[in-house]
Design a protein around this ligand. Sequence first.
Ligand SMILES: O=P(O)(O)O[C@H]1O[C@H](CO)[C@@H](O)[C@H]1O
Ligand SMILES: O=c1cc[nH]c(=O)[nH]1
Length: 237
Amino acid sequence: MATPHNQAGTNEIAESILLPGDPLRAQFIAEHFLEDVKQFNSVRNMLGFTGTYGGKRISVMGTGMGCPSIGIYTYELIHFYGVKNLIRVGSCGSIQESLKVGELVMAMGASTDGNFAHQYRLPGTYSATASYELLECAVRSAREHGYSCQVGNILSSDLFYTETPEWKEWAKMGILSIEMESYALYCNANRAGVRALGIFTVSDSIVTGEGLSAAERQTGFTNMMQVALETAAAFTE
Ligand SMILES: O=P(O)(O)O[C@H]1O[C@H](CO)[C@@H](O)[C@H]1O
Ligand SMILES: O=c1cc[nH]c(=O)[nH]1
């Protein structure tokens, strides 16, 4: 079996998968955290790998940037490859003074300035939410390791560069941080009845202009990956 964007054969992808935007981050996770790794995809260089973590079969694959891109990859993972647990591991920009660079964010919900949910023809505004089971497990894992973590609503924006500081309006609604994919991930997962969660490392503060140093980025991302892998393993046979 193959899709226009994924050359993996039947059963080459595990039921639980980590999803960074950057395919090279997928390769980093596979090389540093997984054992017995086999690459299953290189179409468009959107690298995907399956290996084991603590004896559990786990996959990791890039998604690209933005809701259209993650929308394609996760639709195929869910509907053509039978993936049941999808955990995004991304970077995000803080829009709250209290949320510092290097901290972890768990997206209980995702809001959007895009129109991904228009396809469902809903008679209102859809609130895209994470799997509570994955969220509870990930929060417990972060707390046990002593990693600083905030849980709440994030913004999945279609825009990285904006002409006006629209983030200030989202901040007034309690949005913690901005990234670009979780709303589509949650829509696809909720529509199909599978589990999804977005976990983030705050790479920069849109409030203060601070950003993570290279070393801090490495540590922060590593903590996020550990939490995501423990959560994925907990939901894998
Ligand atoms: O770090 P990743 O997972 O790529 O995610 C964030 O980084 C990209 C923007 O630089 C967007 O994809 C955004 O969601
Ligand atoms: O999408 C993103 C990711 C990191 N930082 C931002 O400001 N936006």
